[in-house]
Design a protein around this ligand. Structure first.
Ligand code: KG4
Ligand code: ZN
Length: 350
């Protein structure tokens, strides 16, 4: 079963061909980073226009790389939620046009569920139930997954997502967009014990996340406490990252990383001792699953607890269409196809 997947939820235009939910025949991603860098974040209008320009060349490339023609494709899958609605619309329109003109089934996939599946690509299907962790620019959530397609959210962020906190901390340190991977690289050169930044715990039983306190602590460490100017009466910071040495910046990055990832592993351990006590599999996905420290911490936890850890390969961590096409195979088998009334929806159903 060959599924062509399309992903355009944010600023990556992606298309992939995946066989039987498992074998990735092609995985094409056109990044828009260069278009957004000067704004320090994704500009939705620029993103959707760039998707329009790139969509068809990316689909053609995915078919060529896979050595397949459109006639060889059995179904068209598309990430139809959550995301920027203008961006989603481009992928959904393209998928509908392909499905309709080829007379093939259309499968609309939730991007968050697909991220959780990314670590199962090119591997066998894991045993269920599983604990699922999604850590991306838009989500920090824990799920108890009874099956690959039945998941119950047991924790989520009450403010910023972890990737968003990484991107904001990176901006505070003067790193360019996209800041998460840059902060990760800088952290590897610093001393993580140099600063005690807060690890958010919330209530003793809580599986929710909070990263806004950590972000503010980082802001004050770098820029100092805000002061009121006696003449203009305006509130400002006494310094910024340009006043810090390279070593100080690296130590702050490493200390931030320790606190941010510490909060994630704390909640994973809580879940594994509570709501997910019966889970022997740990599914992980989303852009922050590319983080070096998170990956090594998850490997340690999996070894200690004898879990089957499904860390995505690096090429499947960030937004990609292989996870969409792979997950669609299971969704189609369990729930069937969608029809042409499929809509682009900004929020997740998971
Ligand atoms: O999954 P993704 O590509 O898009 C969303 O669905 O949000 O995740 C993007 C996020 C960004 O916030 C980016 O900074 C973060 O993932 N990210 C990282 C790393 N690589 C990407 N954060 C920390 N360390 C990394 N190595
Ligand atoms: Zn994503």
């Amino acid at each position: 079963m060959q599924i062509l997947g399309i992903e355009t939820s944010c600023d990556e235009t992606a298309c992939a061909v995946v066989e039987d939910g498992r074998s990735v025949r092609s995985n094409v991603i056109a990044s828009q980073d260069a278009l957004h860098v000067e704004y320090g974040g994704v500009v939705p209008e620029i993103a959707s226009r760039a998707h329009v320009e790139r969509m068809l060349p990316v689909v053609r490339r995915a078919l060529i790389d896979a050595g397949r023609a459109l006639d060889d494709i059995d179904a068209i899958a598309v990430g139809n939620r959550p995301g920027l609605v203008g961006s989603l619309l481009v992928g959904v329109s393209c998928a509908k046009a392909l499905a309709w003109s080829l007379g093939k089934p259309l499968v609309g996939v939730d991007h968050v569920a697909a991220h959780l599946y990314a670590g199962c690509l090119e591997r066998d299907v894991p045993s269920m139930p599983a604990l699922g962790l999604v850590v991306s620019g838009g989500h920090s959530s824990l799920y108890r997954c009874a099956s690959l397609t039945t998941m119950t959210r047991i924790g989520s962020t009450i403010d910023d997502a972890v990737g968003e906190a990484y991107d904001k901390a990176a901006t505070i340190l003067g790193l360019e967009y996209p800041g998460g991977p840059r902060l990760d690289a800088l952290a590897q050169t610093g001393d993580a014990t140099a600063h005690d930044l807060p690890i958010s715990r919330l209530d003793a039983e809580s599986l929710d996340f909070s990263f806004s306190g950590l972000k503010t602590a980082m802001l004050y460490k770098v820029r100092g406490a805000p002061e009121r100017d006696p003449v203009t009466n305006e509130v400002g910071f006494p310094r910024d990252h340009t006043d810090l040495s390279d070593t100080e910046c690296a130590n702050l990055a490493a200390s931030f990383q320790r606190a941010a990832i510490g909060a994630v592993t704390l909640k994973i351990n809580r879940a594994l001792d509570g709501a997910a006590r019966d889970c022997r599999t740990l599914l992980v996905g989303g852009g922050v699953s590319a983080n070096s420290f998170l990956r090594s911490e998850l490997q340690r936890i999996a070894e200690e607890r004898n879990l089957d850890l499904r860390l995505p390969k690096m090429r499947f961590c960030l937004d990609n269409a292989a996870m969409i096409a792979g997950y669609a195979f299971h969704q189609w088998n369990t729930r069937g196809a969608d029809d042409l009334s499929l809509r682009a929806v900004p929020t997740t159903a998971c």
